[in-house]
Design a protein around this ligand. Structure first.
Ligand code: GTP
Ligand code: MG
Length: 810
């Protein structure tokens, strides 16, 4: 029998203060310098002056033997009255799947846990923690965050809060009353937010099924302690929650029998489920103390294959096209068998649709093959890792593959797609090449389908950053080409790295300047480009293979948006080779990768105008018919682009001389003056090369005669873009800087006309998101006499440089 007495234990201030001190000491430290690695984020809570810190460990760290707490979801705050730290909200201890760690092997479970084993269906919504702060403010958090977040409409915590309000209103209770009750019991209520209006999940939760499903009430203590299922139910009823169904098993044997049987069908109570969470008591040493302990049992192979067979059989019976994502070869064979079986037993069809005879048919097939399901899985795995991939499974896939990027602007999608084309001659359809008009999404899909006829693999180059876009892509491409295998190329946007990702991608996009079809970072205002980019980052919905439409991807390849495209390219190729050995007969050499990336970085799109962009054909990168994929690695970057691509003409100065002149000017200056110079050096933000821009492509319209002068000069010298047009003397006049950018104002001889009001050399910027061209604004402000700009005269140092054109990628 379960123990129905409500556990209670107050927080021990010494213990919690010690915990926070330890976490604080370690937070943010690089791995390797610390026993463990955790990250803190501080939040303001609406309506309360109390600040709340969220603590997060990296997922794999929970597998360690010792951590100060194993709470996944931990929020702390300072009690303003006592000055002590408190645990404000506490999630469950991180729990693992069966067989995932030593402690979730059946042998360990048998020897070290005790009944009752309470089972709940593994939920797939989003978790919400509800607690009370010392000032009776109700604290509603999602796993690691709280408050409205960047987009209040998408904040789980905010949505959860609304549901709590609705519940309280029905009960005629206030938030403060609930907060106080939670606080007095020293607990956090743990619920699943299930509401299709907010986010769709595998099981539908519409109308009166929607709401907060309470599945746990945790004591706010470092060591995990939680209410029994009966207590949770009582609490739920008292506070208006819906309850997650649960039931008990009295011993490990009946528990195991039940789970293995449920796994056979992947369903329970007539519904498909992902698995179960099992709650019980465990002890770490034979005579140790019993404590609350959870593990999960997720349904895996061969059961997922059985489930696939069941679904495919039903589709076949109702004359729909079966959706086969995995186990393609064996499933096709199974379906042939099933077809024959139903021809021989027509009455079985009807019964099958009503869920009778599923196991019988499956067993008949396995018997016919003389194999167990697990043997088939084992065989597939061996074939997939086998060098030649001669057998079935995914090694059969040789074509009809769509690589769909899931990304934000500037992650490097186009670069990777180009490089893949260089390596293997694969197709590449850029959404940015499709003229903006009604039906763009359809045109994109049409171009992909066309390209699939010519190329075994096609890169669907679009951000696909929302579920909605992925759904459209998968659905519509499948309609045109039902054999398509979809692979997600997922630029993972970790929540804690969003700032860095924003900086890095902005640096790339501003560095790219106008070299893009729709985002012209040089011509468009900085604010416009930044706001477009931020919009994508805010709306980004990362890949979630556990839900539709992402569950329709056959494979996902995770990329790091902060890594180089060269590195990401290698990940894509080697992962594709691993999953689909026959797609890539031979891995490229490091030189092949280098060459492909160089060619990709050299790419300049034709700018996006309807007239220049012939529909469909030009949207797909064409592989010359003579150059099959195997010849592709030898192809060199296309030279023909280069003439069109000049970014600017400039005087390129000897870096060492410029650096020395600037450095000596700052030497012996007080901190107030030399501080920013020191900062740039310390952060490695001083430019490695220095130049004076004479005429940038973005000034072409305003100063056509200057641009023409330089292009004519280049043409007169044969047009080779590496030609030195002449030598130019530059006088380094004075330094100017604000907190963002530093430049040297220079004087030029009349010979070298400059389109800029204030000819200058940018010395450096405070971070990668600040682009060198901000020097222009800063120098303009300086010449207007702005007192926010610092300056320092140089002693008229003269340096001589080469006048040359410059284009990205050379
Ligand atoms: P959008 O089309 O704007 O969504 O961007 P994208 O994801 O297609 O990115 P793209 O491939 O255009 O890369 C952005 C810019 O960064 C381009 O100018 C690339 O040449 C450049 N870039 C891409 N990868 C790298 C890299 O590894 N190193 C450097 N230095 N530049 C890179
Ligand atoms: Mg692009």
């Amino acid at each position: 029998m379960a123990d129905y007495s409500t556990p209670f234990k107050p927080q021990d201030p010494d213990e919690v203060n010690g915990l926070i001190e330890l976490l604080d000491h370690t937070q943010g430290r690089k791995k390797g310098n610390a026993e463990f690695f955790c990250k803190k984020r501080t939040y303001k809570v609406e309506g309360s002056p109390i600040l709340v810190d969220s603590w997060k460990f990296l997922d794999h760290e929970y597998k360690r033997k010792a951590l100060p707490t194993f709470a996944r979801g931990l929020f702390t705050c300072k009690n303003p009255t006592t000055g002590d730290w408190e645990i404000a909200s506490r999630g469950y201890d991180k729990f693992f799947n069966i067989d995932e760690v030593q402690k979730t092997k059946w042998a360990w479970i048998e020897g070290n846990t005790k009944a009752p084993y309470e089972l709940t269906v593994k939920e797939n919504g989003c978790i919400i923690f509800i607690s009370g702060l010392p000032d009776d403010t109700l604290l509603v958090c999602s796993k690691h965050s709280l408050g409205p977040g960047p987009d209040p409409d998408k904040s789980h915590a905010r949505f959860g809060e609304k549901w709590v309000d609705r519940q309280l209103e029905k009960l005629g209770k206030s938030r403060a009353e609930f907060a106080r009750a939670l606080r007095e019991a020293n607990v956090t209520a743990v619920a699943e937010l299930c509401d299709d209006a907010f986010e769709e999940h595998i099981l539908p939760y519409e109308e009166d099924r929607a709401g907060l499903y309470l599945h746990g009430v945790n004591l706010r203590l470092p060591k995990f302690a939680t209410y029994s299922a009966a207590e949770v139910k009582k609490f739920a009823q008292e506070w208006g929650f819906k309850v997650v169904d649960s039931f008990d098993k009295p011993d490990v044997k009946s528990l195991r029998d039940f789970l293995e049987e449920a796994a056979e069908t992947g369903s329970w109570d007539g519904k498909d489920v992902e698995g179960f969470v099992i709650r019980c008591k465990a002890r770490d040493v034979p005579d140790g103390e019993w404590h609350d302990w959870f593990f999960k049992y997720k349904f895996e192979e061969p059961y997922l294959m059985y489930r696939l067979w069941r679904e495919c059989t039903k589709s076949m019976i109702s004359s729909e096209r079966p959706k086969i994502k995995k186990h393609k070869v064996i499933t096709a064979e199974y379906l042939r068998f099933a077809k024959k079986y139903f021809e021989e037993h027509p009455e079985a069809k009807e019964r099958y649709v009503e869920n009778h005879g599923i196991i019988k048919l499956r067993n008949a097939f396995l018997e016919h093959r003389g194999q167990k399901g697990s043997d088939i899985i084992k065989e597939e795995a061996e074939e997939d890792t086998g060098s030649e991939g001669t057998g079935g499974g995914d090694s059969q896939i040789k074509d009809n593959v769509v690589l769909a990027s899931i990304a934000t602007l500037g992650c490097g999608k186009t670069t990777i797609a180009h490089a893949l084309h260089e390596l293997f001659g694969w197709g590449h359809v850029q959404n940015d090449n499709i003229p903006v008009k009604a039906g763009k999404a359809r045109a994109f899909v049409g171009a992909i389908s066309d390209a699939l006829r010519k190329h075994p693999v096609v890169f669907a180059d679009r951000n696909n950053h929302q579920f909605r876009e992925r759904e459209q892509l998968i659905k519509d491409v499948s309609k045109l080409n039902y054999k398509t295998t979809f692979v997600a190329i997922h630029y993972v946007h970790r929540g804690d790295l969003m700032g860095e990702i924003e900086n890095a991608t902005m640096a790339r996009v501003f560095g790219r300047g106008d070299n893009h079809q729709t985002i012209q970072a040089t011509t468009q205002s900085r604010r416009t480009v930044e706001s477009i980019m931020k919009g994508f980052l805010r709306r980004f919905q990362g890949l979630d293979l556990g839900r539709t439409p992402d569950s329709d991807f056959n494979t996902a390849i995770d990329l790091d948006p902060l890594a180089s495209s060269r590195g990401n390219l290698e990940v894509v190729v080697s992962e594709l080779k691993r999953h689909y050995p026959n797609l890539i007969p031979e891995l490229p050499t490091p030189e092949d990768y280098d060459r492909a990336i160089l060619a990709a970085l050299n790419y300049a799109p034709s700018h996006h105008t309807t007239s220049r962009n012939a529909p469909q054909r030009s949207q797909t990168k064409e592989t010359p018919s003579a150059a099959g994929p195997s010849e592709a690695p030898k192809r060199q970057p296309k030279q023909s682009h280069k003439r069109k691509q000049i970014d600017y003409f400039g005087i390129f100065l000897p870096a060492r001389e410029v650096y020395a002149a600037v450095n000596s000017a700052f030497e012996a200056q007080p901190e107030r003056i030399c501080g920013f110079w020191k900062e740039l050096n310390a952060n490695d933000r001083v430019q490695k090369t220095f130049h004076v821009t004479l005429c940038h492509t973005s000034s072409k319209a305003k100063q056509p005669e200057i641009w023409k002068k330089y292009t004519d000069l280049l043409d007169s010298k044969g047009g080779d873009p590496s030609t030195v047009l002449g030598r130019g003397e530059v006088e380094l006049h004075s330094m100017a800087w604000d907190g963002r950018v530093m430049a040297v104002r220079v004087l030029l001889s009349d010979e070298w006309e400059c389109a800029n009001e204030a000819p200058h050399v940018t010395v450096g910027t405070a971070n990668p998101s600040i682009k060198p061209f901000e020097s222009n604004e800063m120098l303009e402000a300086w010449s207007r006499g702005s007192n926010e700009i610092f300056s320092l005269e140089l002693q008229g140092v003269k340096v001589e440089g080469e006048v040359k054109p410059f284009a990205r990628g050379w």
